[in-house]
Structures are given as structure tokens and as C-alpha cells.
Write a protein that binds this ligand. Structure first.
Ligand code: NAD
Length: 268
């Protein structure tokens, strides 16, 4: 039986992860943590996740979860995840990171950490989005520069980072297929008299509303036609189930930084 530690267990994703691990075969919850000061500390997180008690109390430090687990699943905040990653390196534990909003500097540091422990990191753990990334690559390669590329993402009102990590990942995939430098071509939310659209721009637009779990659309448009590829997450369970799949997959793997394309065997 694989033992999983869930850090950030009181969050929207943390609760979905508890339900997902309990439903999965071959994996069990061995430790749970939350940020110091959280109302979950000292309590059984199963109650908040509506699963009934799981027999484990949430700690205000990840140490116990790391000690009792083979793999840690972390959907928290960039700062907390950097701390958890350092701890994973120190204790040589596998870690699945779903957190988004890392800075470039943090992402570079995570790349280096991948040499020292086993990491799966992806801004979106759903099977559908990872398939969409493949379709984006195929479409962008086939359509090329004559087609304008625009991405629109919508999330719930509580989301802290913008644009979503998934929208950035979709834009990066399109930029790669079109041989463009992502940083030079990405354009975020336009306003004012900005002039005509430049051919090689990749536009990324952000909407925040209500309780939308996560919608992403990429548009390829040229005079005369438009292709739109859309993914809509209906429930957080889709991300949680992907993360649990990644955790089970990762425990037997050698050190390295992996993504969901590795887990789902979608790499060419
Ligand atoms: P949330 O705010 O509901 O939950 C985050 C939880 O982490 C909170 O309960 C918070 O108290 C906890 N936390 C913060 N610091 C901590 C620490 N030091 N130790 C332990 N716990 C700590 O947010 P959410 O909607 O669950 O999303 C969390 C992250 O996951 C975000 O970055 C979000 O963008 C990302 N996300 C990724 C995917 C994916 O598929 N990769 C899907 C959904 C959300």
C-alpha cells in the first residue's frame, strides 16, 4: 500500500484529494498538514471533506506527513510548495505539486531540485487538459503563422494567480509548435489605443467569476475561419484523481522532474 501525505488538506483541492485517495486502490492517507493558524489544525480533515473521519489529525507542520508517507501531494501556495519541495529533497521523498503561480526564479529552482528527488509538477492534472495540450501542438503546427492565437481562461472568484498556470502552459505549447519565444510573444489583457494586432502575438485573457472550476479555450483565427478548442473542468475531482494517479506512478520512478504527459504516457 502506498502511503500519501496531503499538505494543504483544508483547501478546495486538499478536500478533493482526501476524497480521491480514499476512493483509489493501492494508496492510503498517512499524514495531513495545513498552515499554522488554520482552523483544521488538530482536527480530522475527513469531516471538512465530507468523507467521515479518516482517523488522522491535521498538523501545523508537514514534518509528520513527510515522515509517515512515501509520497506527498501538495496543492497549496507557491511559497508553501517551495518549502515542501526543499523538505522533499532533504528527506528524499517523492512529491506531486499541483500548485500554480510560481515565479520564473522559483520554476528554475524546481528544475534543479528535480535532480535531487522525484517530482511531478503540472499546472493542470486533468487527463482532458493534457490531451488538449497535444491537440494544441498539432493544430498550431498545421495552421502556422497565418492564424492568430488567443487563449481565454475563466476561474472562480477566489483564484489568486492570473493568468492560470494552465493558460500559460497552453500558450507555451502553442509558442513551441510555432517556434516563437513565449516571453516575447505573450500579450496579457489588452486596453486602450494599442494599434493593430501583431501577427505573432499570443493573447492570454483572464476572467474571474462565481464558482467556475476552470474553463480554457484556445482560438486559432484567420480571415474566413476560426477553430476553437475548449476544455471545461466540471469538478475538482478531475484534478485530484490526476494527482493521485501521478502519486502512484511516481513512487517507483527514479529522481527527476516529470509532468502529466509522463504520467499519462502522452509524450511522443
Ligand atoms: P485553496 O486556497 O482553497 O487551498 C490552499 C490550501 O493550502 C489552504 O487551505 C491553505 O491554508 C493551505 N496552505 C497554505 N500554506 C500552507 C502551508 N505552509 N502548509 C500547509 N498548507 C498550507 O486553493 P485551491 O483552490 O485548493 O488551490 C491550491 C493551488 O492549486 C492553487 O495554486 C491552484 O491554482 C492550484 N490548482 C491546481 C490544479 C492542478 O490541476 N494542477 C487544479 C486546481 C488548483
Amino acid at each position: 500500500m502506498i502511503r500519501a501525505g496531503i499538505v494543504g488538506a483544508g483547501g478546495r483541492m486538499g478536500q478533493a484529494l482526501i476524497r480521491s485517495v480514499l476512493e483509489a486502490k493501492g494508496i492510503e492517507i498517512a499524514g495531513v498538514s495545513e498552515r499554522p493558524g488554520s482552523s483544521l489544525i488538530g482536527k480530522d480533515p475527513g469531516e471538512a471533506a465530507f468523507t467521515g473521519k479518516i482517523g488522522i489529525k491535521a498538523k501545523d507542520t508537514p514534518k509528520k506527513a513527510f515522515k509517515t508517507s512515501d509520497v506527498i501531494i501538495d496543492f497549496s501556495s507557491p511559497e508553501a510548495s517551495m518549502h515542501h519541495l526543499e523538505y522533499a529533497v532533504e528527506t528524499d521523498k517523492a512529491i506531486v505539486i499541483g500548485t500554480t503561480g510560481f515565479s520564473k526564479q522559483q520554476r528554475n529552482k524546481i528544475k534543479k531540485m528535480g535532480k535531487e528527488t522525484r517530482i511531478v509538477m503540472a499546472p493542470n492534472m486533468s487527463v482532458g487538459i493534457n490531451l488538449l495540450l497535444k491537440l494544441v501542438n498539432t493544430a498550431a503546427t498545421a495552421l502556422g503563422d497565418p492564424y492568430d492565437v488567443e487563449i481565454v481562461e475563466t476561474h472562480h472568484r477566489h483564484k489568486k494567480d492570473a493568468p492560470s498556470g494552465t493558460a500559460i502552459r497552453i500558450a507555451e505549447e502553442a509558442a513551441k509548435a510555432l517556434s516563437r519565444n513565449f516571453d516575447e510573444t505573450a500579450v496579457y489583457c489588452r486596453k486602450g489605443i494599442i494599434g493593430e494586432r501583431k501577427t505573432k502575438e499570443i493573447g492570454i485573457q483572464t476572467l474571474r467569476a462565481g464558482d467556475v472550476v476552470g474553463d480554457h479555450t484556445i482560438i486559432f483565427a484567420t480571415p474566413g475561419e476560426r477553430i476553437e478548442l475548449t476544455h471545461k473542468a466540471q469538478s475538482r475531482d478531475t484534478f485530484a484523481n490526476g494527482a493521485v494517479k501521478a502519486a502512484i506512478w511516481l513512487v517507483e520512478k527514479p529522481r527527476g522532474l516529470y509532468d502529466m504527459h509522463d504520467v499519462l504516457n502522452l509524450k511522443d
